[in-house]
Design a protein around this ligand. Structure first.
Ligand SMILES: Cc1cc2nc3c(=O)[nH]c(=O)nc-3n(C[C@H](O)[C@H](O)[C@H](O)COP(=O)(O)OP(=O)(O)OC[C@H]3O[C@@H](n4cnc5c(N)ncnc54)[C@H](O)[C@@H]3O)c2cc1C
Length: 420
């Protein structure tokens, strides 16, 4: 390949204890958690509002935080964000979960849709109140590394290229972009042909008027119609890794033209596509190959290094614990990830990447970053007990109770896959 050599003097514009790359829900949680521990935090987001896939990606649905028996499993900041997301806008909670954990056991799962825009605004307010500095419309394009230590990041935006010094960098890009640039080993995922937007129709508005719930006015016009399992994935399409500019563009533009073709056939005055996803809807693009990897077969496995219990979104009863090593890599002392790019394989990646666990790992990464700065311990060697204690204090369940495991260890199917 033809190359050019480019050397540039770059201004050092700021210095932060913690820089969080990406303002999706995992990044927002990491920034908030570090900010609440008194750290000077910069959150860098390439788009112009917070929430990532959960807001601009139009994935405004919380998969279950409970075990399908009325017990809340994913707590702490995940539960805080869930309640915040529906504070001023509509929700679609089942009746039994409207006011919190139900008094009596229920098979209904704790799920809800929310208003993407309102939630994004509330996240901004919350983070600013906690002293987090936010840079929108700014892309992290490089890292300065020496012997596994990252002294800061290069940020490109309207003011050109700038350098920001960092004590710790949290990669919450969803694609492990920053840790890949730092040399951390990574693994690519595969994605089906999925693309949906948000619209309203007269018929939806009529339904919303009948029920009094605005959510019912929404429609989801689609390009690629594949679900999580690849149902309806077109035979003539490949699967997509989503980690190169070329593939991302091919995927987006084909999907957009396909959506247009589908919409052309619909009644003009009865519907409207009011929003397209602001980012590619890739579920598993790239993750780190961390010190520990959560696998689908780790159901009901206790990890001494657990940073929190999580539940399977498809099957009630199935529980996992997330080991701390999914977020870090030995040899990289001040780098950590969270959310979609935490280290997990097979079904384990699907269980770990969705919204409630993404907030959990973000919260853990933010606290770990602050603890590493306070103690001087490299992130991969951070003692886990104080981290577990700090997470517990916010309500996180670190280890699930064996009494919650069904005798035959089976999980009952309670499929939600049309939504996710
Ligand atoms: C089609 C689809 C359906 C889904 N359905 C559901 C569902 O129903 N329920 C559910 O719970 N989960 C669902 N998920 C999963 C869930 O939405 C995500 O896994 C979760 O929101 C991930 O959060 P995150 O913070 O890890 O990453 P993201 O939300 O991807 O956030 C990453 C952020 O980083 C920013 N960024 C990236 N690179 C840079 C950079 N270099 N510099 C600055 N900023 C950068 C991005 O703009 C983005 O805002 C779905 C996902 C997809 C794709």
């Amino acid at each position: 390949m033809k190359t050019i050599r480019h050397i540039q003097e770059v201004p050092v514009t700021g210095s932060y204890h913690v820089i969080v790359a990406g303002g999706g829900l995992s990044g927002a949680a990491a920034a908030l958690a570090a900010g609440r521990r008194g750290k000077k935090v910069l959150l860098v987001e390439k788009q112009c509002w917070l929430g990532g896939l959960a807001t601009s990606g139009l994935v405004n649905f919380w998969v279950p935080l409970c075990n399908g028996r009325g017990k809340m499993i994913i707590k702490g900041m995940a539960e805080e964000f869930l309640r915040l997301s529906v504070k001023y806008g509509f929700d679609t909670f089942p009746e039994s979960w409207k006011e919190g954990e139900p008094e009596n056991p229920t098979q209904e799962r704790c799920v809800s849709h929310f208003s993407s825009g309102l939630f994004a605004l509330q996240l901004l307010e919350l983070l600013k109140q906690s002293g987090v500095t936010i840079l929108y419309d700014a892309l992290i394009t490089g890292v300065q590394m020496e012997n596994g230590h990252c002294s800061g990041v290069f940020i490109d935006g309207k003011s050109g290229r700038q350098f920001y010094e960092a004590g710790v960098v949290v990669d919450a890009t969803g694609d492990a972009d920053v840790l890949k640039m730092a040399g951390v080993p990574t693994v690519d995922g595969e994605n089906y042909f999925t693309y949906y937007g948000e619209g309203i129709s007269l018929e939806g508005c009529r339904r919303a008027l009948e029920t009094g719930n605005l959510w019912h006015a929404y429609q989801h016009p689609s390009g690629g119609p594949s679900n999580l399992y690849g149902h309806q994935h077109p035979k003539d399409k490949p699967t997509y890794k989503g980690v190169s500019l070329e593939v991302v563009n091919e995927y987006l533009q084909e999907n957009q033209l396909l959506m247009l073709e589908k919409e052309k056939n619909k009644p003009r005055m009865e519907r409207n596509v009011h929003m397209l996803p602001g980012m590619p809807q890739f579920r598993t693009s790239r993750r780190i190959d961390g010190d520990e990897t959560l696998d689908g077969a780790d159901e009901y496995r206790h990890f001494e290094t657990s940073i929190g219990a999580i539940c399977d979104f498809e099957r009630r009863d199935i529980l996992y614990e997330v080991p701390y090593g999914t977020l870090v890599k030995n040899g990289f002392d001040n780098l950590i990830t969270c959310g979609r790019s935490a280290s997990a394989s097979g079904w384990g990646w699907d269980v770990l990447r969705v919204i409630p666990p993404a907030v959990l790992t973000g919260q853990a990464a933010g606290i770990a970053a602050a603890m590493s700065l306070d103690s001087g311990a490299p992130l991969p060697e951070l003692p886990v007990k104080p981290l577990q204690d700090a997470l517990s204090e916010t309500g996180v369940i670190i280890h699930f109770e064996d009494a919650w495991v069904p005798k035959d260890k089976s999980g009952e199917n309670a499929a939600l896959s049309d939504h996710i």
